[in-house]
Design a protein around this ligand. Structure first.
Ligand code: PGA
Length: 253
């Protein structure tokens, strides 16, 4: 059975003190009212070690939002997968469209990052998704397939079991414009079929595919009710405990 997951992606938000306060509050709220899905928070690097000590890892998983494409050495300013792992984090988000677009992360670079993350015992939340222009041209399926083939389909079946996919249409990220549940389901089912073609039906069935892009408490229930949507990767709404909890609770309905 695949996991239901609600993962937060804080992006470049929250000072260390604000991040600690947010994690503490979430930890308390989820201790009082246990989620019935896996919960993960993706935070900036500087928060990881402190937050790792605060949260109950049985309830909340911890994720970085990136890691280096090199193992170690003279790469000023970079943070390696081994360093991420040493903080107590269990996950890393890779391939986010903001990293692809603003930091020019190519399929090849992401392939290296994924390999290093897995080699260091991290699970990967791997983001894929098309732009508005690509959606309007009707080539969204080709885009997500190419993103998978370019960076994760080199993995063995055993390695691929540590990958969670996050489908995030770029036109829906931070725009308030959500894909409809039907639109999301259609492409999630397609993504699962592509994984089945590559790794077989069982692995495809066991792979969690999250939806991301303006997911909020008011639309999470409808999205998560779809058979191929296994949760969400949440940006803006992960920055407030009430909103994030509202999305987590969508799994209780
Ligand atoms: P959003 O971001 O929820 O703010 O649209 C989602 C994401 O980019 O992960």
């Amino acid at each position: 059975m695949r996991k239901k997951i609600v993962a937060g992606n804080w992006k470049m938000n929250k000072t260390l003190q604000e991040g600690i306060a947010l994690a503490e509050e979430l930890n308390q709220v989820l201790a009082a009212d246990k989620p019935n899905c896996d919960v993960v928070i993706g935070t900036p690097f500087i928060h990881l070690a402190k937050i790792s000590d605060i949260i109950d890892h049985k309830v909340i998983g911890l994720s970085a939002e990136n890691c280096a494409d090199k193992e170690s050495g003279a790469y000023t300013g970079e943070v390696s997968a081994a360093m991420v792992k040493s903080t107590g984090a269990e996950y890393v988000i890779l391939g986010h469209s903001e990293r692809r677009e603003y930091y020019h992360e190519t399929y090849e670079i992401l392939k290296e990052k994924v390999l290093l993350a897995l080699a260091n015992g991290l699970k990967v939340i791997f983001c894929i998704g098309e732009s508005l222009d690509e959606r309007e041209k009707g080539i969204q399926n080709q885009i997500v397939k190419a993103e998978l083939e370019g960076s994760v389909f080199n993995l063995s079946a055993d390695e691929f079991k540590n990958i969670t996919i996050a489908y995030e249409p770029i036109w829906a990220i931070g725009t308030g414009k959500t894909a409809t549940a039907d639109q999301a389901e259609e492409i999630h089912a397609y993504i699962r079929s592509v994984i089945a073609d590559k790794y077989g039906k069982q692995i495809a069935e066991d792979t969690s595919i999250l939806y991301g892009g303006s997911c909020k408490p008011s639309n999470a229930g409808e999205l998560f009710a779809k058979p191929d949507i296994d949760g969400g990767l949440i940006g803006g709404a992960s920055l407030k405990v009430a909103d994030f909890k509202g999305i987590i609770d969508a799994w209780k309905k």
